[in-house]
Structures are given as C-alpha cells and as structure tokens.
Write a protein that binds this ligand. Structure first.
Ligand code: LLP
Length: 430
C-alpha cells in the first residue's frame, strides 16, 4: 500500500513521486515513510495488547536513528533502546523522556555510563559481571540527594542458536553478548547488595532477522526458568526484556507476523506477572525506507563468458552496506513508469566503490531497456541502511527525505565534500 506504480508519475512512496524527490535532493538519497512507520508501530503493539500482556516497547534506534523517526515512534508510545552515548544524546534531542530509554550494549564506557546515570534513564542492561561492578561503583559516586537508584537488568546469554546469519547471531555461548546463563542467577542475588543500583529483572537478545518461532521459545523458556528460580530464592523480578530480532520478508522468506512472537511470549512468560520489554528494530523500520540511486552507466558483460550486463548505480556499499556485509537481498525497482512493462533480463547491479564486494545483486531480472540516467529504488532499506553508511572512497553522507502521506520534506541534507574534509588538519612539518 505505501509503494505503488503510477502510470504517469512512476513509483510513488506514500503518494509522493520518488522521481520528484530524487530530482530535488539529488542521488543517491534515502526516503523514509512516516505513515508506514506509524502503521507498523500500531500493528506491532496491537498483536501484544490483543493478548493482554503488560508491555513496554523500546525501538532499537541503531536500526534507524534519525530524530524524525524517534519522534514519530514516541508519539506511538515507544521508548528507545540505545547502544551508545551518541544515541542517548540523539534520543534526548528528539524529545524522548529519559525514563523511556533503555541502554544495551556489550561495551559501555565509564563516560557513557556516567551520562546515563546523570540523565536518569529508565534502564541499563548489564552485560557482564565486570560491567555490573563498574556500574555499581559509578552509580555510588554519582551525586544524588534524593536516593535515586538506576534501574538495572542482567542480560543473560541463554546459549540458543537464533538460526539466522552468523554475523547477526548474538545468543550463543561463544557470542560476545550477555552473562553466561549459569552465572546469572548467583550474580542477580549478589547484585542486590549494591546500594546505588536497583536490579529489577532480566534481559535477553537472541539475534536479528529471526524467522522461526523455536529459538524465541527456547530463549524465553530459559528466562522463565530463571525467573522462577530467582523467586523461589525470595528475589523480586519485575521485568523481562525480550530484546528484538523479529525478521521480515526481504525476498520470498516466510516471515512470521508479530502475533507469532506475541504468542510465544504469552506462552513462555505470560503467566509470570512481569512487565515484558521488547526492543524491535528491523521489523518496525526496514519497510519504511527506500534507497534511491541513478544509473551511471550500463556496462556490457563479457558475452564469451555469459556475464550479464552491469548496471552501475551511483549508490555504493558505503551507503547501503548490507548486501556486501551479509549477502543480503533487497528488492530493486525501477522508478520510471515507462519501464514497468518492459521485458526483463538478468543484470549484475553494482556500485561505484572500488571493492569487488560492492555488488547489490547478481543476475537480477530487471527491465531490458534500463539505461544511463534511470532511477532505481532499493526496497526495505529503512533498517540498518543509512545508519551503517560510511564515507569510504571519500563519498559524502547522502541526503534523506521524509514522506508522510502525500507531503515530503528533506530531513538531512547531503554532506558536502568541503564538510567531509573539514575536520582534517595537516601537521606543520608537511
Ligand atoms: N536489542 C539488542 C540488544 C540488539 O543487539 C538488537 C540488534 C536489537 C535489539 C534489535 O534487533 P532487530 O529487531 O533489529 O533484529 N546490521 C545487521 C543487524 C544487526 C542487529 C544488531 N542488534 C543487519 O543489517 O542485518
């Protein structure tokens, strides 16, 4: 519904012609769909309220960190899950209340922890014994006249294989994340001795782009077991933070609806009288983003070897890194209405970056008549898209637009080459 082909204006995203934005902002550029985001935010919540689960939702802003996205989600009742001091500053700048911020991440610096304590954010998910001691000491040092104690959960590593891409799996014993399951119970009991922190529950995150129910079930069952064990020892457990991970269909994968996750959570944790936290990133944001590029050149393949022609676009792996990093598949759609009914032929779709891995798709069936100057849109680029961009090859960060059911606005201007090199200095002996 948010994307459709108009016979006159070409590809429309939330009723705004993509061609129009590309002409105004130049290419490559990102487009974020506000209406799509609101709809998904509401759908995700609805799946859980239908089951009467006491929930708190925190958007994993690493997936898409523009303040406009955070503001929209705030208005839908979402807090944010952060992983750095920079994300905290952005979230606060976007108007997110400190209480609605959860801090995850395997390596939080002293400076970041101090800032989080000073801002009195809602929750810190501690990832190791060492970090717990360090946090307790920092909290002790922090000035507080009213007896404020920062709320803490222990992130448990449940040793469950999320059955996803190796590079986005986080819950196996050998992954760097979380406190070993066997240590977490005694640490939880011990942690009650610290006066300046308030240990309120457990957290887990198994992996990302998860499509099967079973790993979720195994992970959450292990947490439920731990909650029962802690309570039998007289401990209070108020919160279980279930992390993110719900996958989407990029190609033809059968992706579960949020109701699957809600069902698994209801069955495993529903009866425990705990508030259930969720930290979705991809599911909310991925379908809200397009990456728009223009064809620089169509380069003939090697006919003797049967190599298809190359479609060289002006966006590269420095902008959209996912295909190069995770071999991920993104839909590719021509923007012009005149190409919509053309015959298809296989193309290698590549970027201009000087790396063999700067390939978006191989043998992708796309219109035969694609030519220099045509626009092509990459779909489902709203999560882990613009946020993972770099300036490799001295390619500046590109512009971003927000469309909102018929209207649009530039929400980040293209970085200039002057800005790109402005922070550099030359030592005086050169
Ligand atoms: N909570 C924690 C502690 C996480 O580490 C993550 C993601 C999330 C929540 C959100 O997970 P999601 O709902 O988005 O699956 N760059 C990779 C994905 C990395 C995910 C890292 N952690 C990609 O492009 O596929």
């Amino acid at each position: 519904p948010s994307l459709r082909m108009d016979p006159r204006d070409g590809l429309l995203f939330e009723d705004v012609p993509v061609e129009h934005i590309a002409r105004e902002l130049g290419t490559p550029c990102w487009i974020t769909g506000a209406g799509t985001l609101r709809r998904r935010a509401a759908d995700l919540k609805a799946a859980f309220t239908a089951r009467d689960l006491p929930m708190s939702f925190h958007f994993a802003m690493k997936a898409q960190d523009h303040q406009a996205t955070l503001r929209i989600l705030k208005d839908c009742g979402y807090g944010v899950d952060i992983v750095s001091g920079g994300e905290m500053a952005r979230a606060l700048a976007a108007g997110i209340a400190p209480e609605a911020i959860v801090f995850s991440g395997v390596g939080k610096s002293d400076q970041e922890l101090r800032a989080a304590i000073a801002a009195r954010i809602g929750q810190i998910n501690v990832e190791s014994v060492e970090e717990l001691y360090r946090l307790a000491a920092l909290a002790e040092e922090a000035p507080s006249s009213d007896g404020f104690r920062i709320r803490v959960t222990l992130r448990v590593n449940p040793d469950v294989d999320a059955q996803t891409h190796d590079k986005i799996s986080t819950g196996r014993a050998d992954d760097k994340f979380g406190i070993a399951y066997d240590q977490a119970l005694s640490l939880y009991v011990e942690a009650q001795k610290f006066r300046a922190i308030h240990v309120i529950g457990l957290a887990v995150h198994l992996g990302s782009q998860m499509l099967a129910a079973e790993p979720f079930r195994r992970g959450y069952e292990r947490l439920a077991e731990m909650v029962r064990a802690l309570r039998s020892q007289g401990q209070t457990v108020e919160i279980v933070d279930c992390g993110g991970g719900l996958g989407i269909s990029y190609r033809d994968e059968i992706a579960p609806a949020p109701d699957m996750l809600a069902g698994v959570i209801a069955e495993t944790l529903g009866g425990l009288d705990v508030t259930i936290g969720l930290e979705p990133g991809r599911w909310l944001a991925a379908p809200t983003g397009l990456f728009i590029t223009r064809v620089i050149e169509t380069k003939a393949g090697n006919p003797a070897r049967g190599t298809p022609d190359f479609l060289i676009v002006d966006g590269g792996m420095n902008d959209l890194a996912r295909p190069a990093m995770y071999d991920s598949w993104h839909g590719i759609v021509p923007v012009s209405p005149t190409l919509a009914h053309d015959t298809l032929k296989p193309w290698h779709v590549v970027g201009p970056v000087c790396e063999s891995s700067d390939v978006f798709a191989r043998n992708r069936p796309l219109p035969t008549k694609l030519q220099r100057g045509d626009l092509v849109a990459f779909l489902d680029a709203g999560a882990y898209g613009s946020v993972m961009s770099s300036t490799y090859n001295s390619r500046p960060f590109v512009a971003q637009a927000l469309v909102d059911n018929g209207r649009w606005s530039c929400i980040r201007k293209r970085q200039s080459i002057a800005e790109l090199i402005a922070a550099e200095t030359l030592p005086d002996w050169l």
